[in-house]
Design a protein around this ligand. Structure first.
Ligand code: ATP
Ligand code: MG
Ligand code: ZN
Length: 260
């Protein structure tokens, strides 16, 4: 026999209730709830707050993601020092030869395939001589990835190392661990001008940074050859981490700076 409560519930829904159990206890949220099943197969737990709790959690974690992204992007704004690259885009990079045309195409493809999916995170190593557009193209990629809504960072290596050093100062508004976290959390990092002329401190920092970034989305640029980048044990350890899921693009051409 239908109780008054059953009839009451039915009046609230368009679909016919075909099954109902009242005053059940939800093991997760602890609330009493009524279970109803409708003629169209859908079910409701009326009185159970689990769905709402999950929705609230989801929006806080979305919120946290957003805050994290904004923090990295605001840090990014302060980290850009190179005026040369301020206006760099794919559009204003005019490849002077086939190799650089192909390189540009590969970097654009990297951008179009960019993904935060852990299985699809990849890196590029742009390798070649001076003034051929490695930094220009890395910055162009960064701008497009940022425009897609991802958090991005751009550091040239000496600048990153000096930023790390500055965290030891009493005046610093950021601790070393906070900088680690910013670097680790960025969706995409450009590490520009990585090279072999590093101090012992520089090497150990780069090792730590590579550990933070290995397997994520990065573009590295360098003037050094693979042989140079593996010239000693410390460099080799850095290089081996750098090369995880990384494609090398060998770039060659004349120095654009000299032409101008
Ligand atoms: N093909 C090009 N079209 C337009 N601008 C270019 C081109 N190649 C280089 N440039 C410009 O020349 C300058 C030097 O290029 P960039 O800094 O990208 O060189 P690089 O390969 O990173 O050199 P380095 O190894 O010295 O860091 C930049 O201002 C860049 O915008
Ligand atoms: Mg450069
Ligand atoms: Zn519940």
């Amino acid at each position: 026999m239908k109780s008054i409560k059953d009839i009451d519930l039915q009046s609230k829904f368009k679909n016919t209730i075909v099954e109902q159990e009242n005053d059940l206890r939800c093991e997760r949220c602890g609330n009493l709830y009524d279970y109803v099943k409708f003629s169209n197969g859908s079910e409701e737990h009326i009185g159970c707050d689990c769905k709402m709790i999950a929705m609230a959690k989801d929006s806080t974690s979305n919120h946290k993601e957003k805050v994290k992204r904004e923090k990295i992007n605001s840090f990014f704004k302060h980290s850009i020092s190179n005026k040369d690259l301020k206006n760099a885009t794919f559009d204003n990079y005019i490849p002077p030869n086939d190799n650089l045309d192909k390189s540009k195409g590969l970097i654009q493809r990297y951008v179009s395939e960019f993904s935060m999916d852990s299985e699809h995170q990849r890196s590029l190593l742009l390798q070649g001589s001076y003034g051929i557009g490695k930094s220009h193209l890395a910055m162009s990629a960064l701008k497009e990835i940022k425009a897609q809504g991802y958090s991005v960072l751009f550091f040239d290596v000496p600048q990153l190392i000096s930023t790390y050093r500055s965290t030891y100062s009493k005046k610093s508004d950021m601790t070393e661990r906070e900088l680690d976290k910013i670097i680790q959390d960025a969706d995409f990092l450009v590490l520009d001008d990585y090279g072999t002329s590093l101090s012992a401190y520089g090497k150990s920092k780069m090792f730590e940074v590579m550990n933070l970034r290995t397997g994520q989305n990065n573009i590295f640029t360098t003037n050094n050859s693979e042989q140079e980048l593996t010239a000693d044990k410390d460099l080799s350890k850095i290089f081996s981490r750098m090369m995880k899921n990384t494609t090398t693009i060998k770039m060659s051409g004349e120095d654009y700076r000299l032409k101008k």
